[in-house]
Ligand binder design. Structure first.
Ligand code: G6P
Length: 377
């Protein structure tokens, strides 16, 4: 077992560090750096079906559901196709609306989660074709799907998902780009730009791994005794706030909530006091006006927290001097395209949860009451 951990103390830490490779392998052979074109030819859904689709329904559980929620932002933004994101455990109990013009998209690391398989069966029964994003070749979900995008993250052993998640985000980005190209909602120049950004992502994740680990250990030392944590984000960054909270809950047993930053004023602001760490994702892509606007709104949300003595840990872009003056701690990540920033943002959140759990003496790889793959409904 020690050998399998390749010198790391836990599988989770090893898998966090494998993310650059997982992302690279999930992109490999699927995009052309010369033309910006995406190649997903083996999906058994014709370009015509992609063009005439009126809806994508995503169903997934846990961390995969968070990937799905980020995928909604990617697909709607790039391909202008409406996306619903359902908890797989809820989907089939509400006589959902699906038809042959809707495409079902199941996201699952294991490909064996009972709830997700049940959602797939319901989609197929209603006449929808289903696609899978799955990390295990030949898993149950892939046998019923019209097509599968394999996340090439390699076997994931830690119960808390890390590298499978960033590989799912990568696969969703590639799919969103593919849909946009087939549906004619993206220019060649924009495709080229985004494919170029995608190709730089593994190197940037390496930079994050190198630059934030010590700081996350320090933050763990300061905050490991907190009773609660809040994680905030807006837009495509909101699912990352949810994922940061889930990682902390799963492995450190600290109560944590993820919230859309703009909703704080409608309730959770009442929770803020000097004991509450509030991790806020406050990144921006300066070339994207809607991203900049979101960032500015997030800064005001941060000020609402600090005015009430809440303790803010901000995830921000390198070189952002403004935010450093507003908050107690800033974790910096490199610049990237808005829809790819989530991949970079989640890495410090994984490391923060990891180091807090280790400090609290928790069993990081095998948290209590949880299973890697849940095959009951
Ligand atoms: C379990 C695992 C989670 C995972 C979820 C969905 O609850 O503990 O880490 O996110 O199942 O698993 P899947 O294999 O479908 O992605």
């Amino acid at each position: 077992i020690q050998a399998e951990k390749a010198g790391y103390k836990h599988f989770m830490l090893k898998e966090i560090n494998e993310q650059p490779r997982a992302i690279r392998d999930t992109t490999l052979g699927r995009v052309s750096l010369d033309t910006g074109k995406v190649f997903l030819d083996n999906l058994a859904i014709t370009p015509e079906e992609f063009r005439t689709a009126n809806q994508i329904t995503i169903a997934a559980c846990g961390t995969s559901w968070h990937a799905g929620l980020a995928g909604k932002f990617m697909i709607e933004r790039l391909a202008r196709l409406p996306v619903d994101v359902d908890y797989a455990s809820e989907y089939r109990y509400r006589d959902p609306i699906a038809d042959p013009h809707a495409i079902g998209l199941l996201i699952t690391q294991s490909g064996e989660t009972a709830d997700t398989l049940a959602a797939q069966a319901e989609l197929i029964a209603k006449g929808s074709k289903t696609l899978a994003i799955c990390n295990v070749v030949g898993a149950a979900i892939t046998r019923k799907a019209a097509g599968t995008i394999t996340t090439n993250a390699g076997p994931e052993i830690g119960v808390a998902s890390t590298k499978a998640f960033t590989a799912q985000l990568t696969a969703l980005f590639v799919l969103a780009l593919h849909l946009a190209q087939v549906r004619g909602t993206i220019s060649d120049a924009e495709s080229l730009h985004l494919v170029d950004e995608l190709s730089k992502l593994p190197g940037k994740v390496e930079d994050v791994l190198r630059s934030v680990d010590d700081q996350c250990q320090q933050l763990a030392k300061i905050f490991h005794n907190a009773n609660d944590f809040l994680f905030l984000g807006r837009g495509v960054h909101y699912p990352i706030a949810l994922e940061g909270a889930l990682k902390l809950k799963e492995i450190s047993y600290i109560h944590a909530e993820g919230y859309p930053a703009g909703e704080m004023k409608h309730g959770p602001n009442a929770l803020i006091d000097e004991a509450l760490p509030v991790v806020t994702i406050a990144t921006k892509d300066p070339s994207d006006p809607s991203s900049v606007l979101k960032y500015e709104k997030t800064l005001s949300n941060i000020q609402e927290v600090t005015a009430r003595s809440g303790r803010v840990i901000a995830i921000a872009i390198e070189g952002d001097e403004e935010i450093k003056h507003l908050v107690e701690h800033t974790i910096q990540i490199p610049q990237a395209a808005e829809l790819l920033l989530p991949v970079l943002e989640v890495v410090p959140l994984q490391l923060l949860a990891y180091h807090i759990a280790v400090r609290r003496g928790c069993d990081v790889d095998q948290p209590r009451n949880l299973a890697k793959s849940v095959t009951v409904e």
